[in-house]
Design a protein around this ligand. Sequence first.
Ligand code: ADP
Length: 428
Amino acid sequence: MKQVLLGCIADDFTGATDLANNLVRAGMRVLQTIGVPEKPLDAEVDAVVVSLKSRTIPPAEAVAQSLNACAWLRAQGAGQIYFKYCSTFDSTEQGNIGPVIDALMEALKTDFTIATPAFPDVGRTVFKGHLFVGDVLLDESGMQNHPLTPMRDPNLLRVLTPQTQQRVGLIDYAVVSRGADAIRARIAELRQQGIGIAIVDAISNEDLFRLAPALADMPLVTAGSGLALGLPSNFSIQPNPRAAALVPASGKRAILSGSCSRATNAQVADFVSKGGAHFVIDPLSLVKGVDAVELLAQQALAWAGSRLGEQPLLIYSTVAPEALQAAQSRLGVEQAGALIEATLAKIALGLVQEGVGQLIVAGGETSGAVVQALGMTQLHIGAQIDPGVPWCAGYVRSSGRQIHVALKSGNFGRTEFFTTAFEQGRST
Ligand code: ADP
């Protein structure tokens, strides 16, 4: 059996990719699984990131799924478990961060762990237990208006306390800045006081590098994806390009975009203005239901047919906010979203059957729908294209073939992403 060093549990799909990407940058060979695998691991990797969709489901279900993931990872040899949540600490008074930490601590028979969502590379910093997003506190960042997990208090001790049975303490910046020995001493002190979870301050990557050695013996760490930059050195692993090696890329190239985020709109406009071949999916022609999905997918695939090759082509439903609102008010937000996702997923399957072997998908939900339609359950993580977006390789169940995919969540990527990504971050 192959043994993993670090076992990770991520509470959503794109967050899992983000974590995997940071571990690869720090030198680990990483496999991301979609859900908990049914079989033992058969890949030679240093870390496995199990992606769940547990951020906003009922706490009892999130606990059950996380414990299942933990048991599988431990059975593959993982000596340390990393519970990964969002760098904006997305949770409600009920959870799910607190209940999952409590359950994992019990399963791993440990009385102490740390919690830090800090990810300085993307502006998430923690100071005196308060979470900043860029230059403002969490509750002024827009997250106070989030539809599912509104964050109205930037003090992480106050946020976590009602969610957990553990007492919550702080390892503040004055300690972190003095390095690993000072952090170890503070951990011993907190433990003596009966504290079970310590929020840790970090305002730079150097802080995370100072923290990591003090965590080497902990059965459980909990964090955003920033901590991943420092942990691999505890396993004597240093950054190296071999970590990102994938099977060589081959096959035709295509881009599917169902994201309507600002960054994606700019990327689509850039691709089109540079003369890239493109086909628009208009949701208003989908009103007749499932058959319309089939019809539109066929039209898109017929258009793609002879155009497919080394020059990437773009099939997209991306629209600016006004047009999005117009479609949503005609069709309903959920119905419009579900129909577009079903159409793009069907097109993805058709494109792979037509020989596409390098596929970019824009949009978090869109990526989830495409990966599911392709029957991909495991992704090997390759080199980073842009922050948070690596190339990945995985088997497509229906074709038994491995393809390369890049799954870009809405606001990620530079404006030239679609025209440059196929040549970037390729280690092969
Ligand atoms: P992002 O990562 O940018 O949030 P997602 O794929 O997660 O992108 O979400 C975008 C949602 O918008 C999806 O459910 C998608 O199906 C839907 N959508 C895309 N294009 C349109 C459109 N033209 N009209 C209505 N809904 C759309």
